[in-house]
Write a protein of this length. Structure first.
Length: 199
């Protein structure tokens, strides 16, 4: 059984909910990159709830910047979303893999660039209502060409754009991937104008 307080990457978790205990875990499905289970949880006040959870090893997300300031994105085929999407490079962590090592590996595989420096910009849960996946974002600089080597089942091609072109893509609905939008926001490529409203 596991106890905890519902903490998040860099956060303090939900206030006032107290400790909880995982009473049971029933496997539902296991796939190559994730596994599903129904878990029953008891809180300190005696309440019990059941949740269906998708367990995932996590992912590294990379925002690669060339010396002239242009950014390297990738166009990826996403069948679940209905076709091709413009995204930042990203990939699943191998068991026990450090996120920065995963970021370096995925950058080369998907874009053909190697980074001299990978600076962490933040971590988050993309969908905490059902997934425990944590994404870790890195800003990649000092890029040199190394030759792309995507995995056999990956359909991906690099796309080099200016920050202004990327912002225009976002405004025009050309970028809909959540991790990409958050990566661009955290890196300052997208900004909320004074007083709120739309950029």
């Amino acid at each position: 059984m596991r106890r905890g307080g519902g903490t998040s990457p860099g956060g303090t978790g939900a206030r006032g909910k107290g400790e909880f205990e995982v009473l049971s875990r029933r496997p539902i499905h296991r796939a190559r990159k994730y596994r599903c289970a129904e878990e029953r949880v008891r809180f300190a006040d005696g309440r019990e709830i059941s949740r269906e959870i998708v367990r995932h090893s996590g992912a590294a997300v990379v925002l690669p910047e060339l010396p002239d300031g242009r950014l390297v994105l990738v166009r990826v085929f996403r069948h679940a979303a209905g076709g091709w999407m413009l995204e930042v490079p990203a990939g699943t962590l191998e068991p026990g893999e450090d996120p920065v090592d995963c970021a370096a590996r995925e950058l080369v595989e998907e874009t053909g660039y190697r980074a001299a420096a990978l600076r962490p910009l933040g971590s988050w849960y993309p969908s905490p209502g059902i997934f425990d996946e944590t994404m870790h974002l890195f800003h990649a600089t000092g890029l040199t060409e190394a030759g792309a080597a995507p995995e056999e089942d990956e359909l991906v091609e690099p796309v080099i754009l200016t920050g202004a072109a990327i912002a225009a893509e976002v405004r025009g609905g050309g970028i809909l991937d959540g991790k990409t939008l958050l990566a661009l926001f955290l890196a300052g490529i997208l900004a909320v104008p004074p007083g709120g409203g739309r950029p």
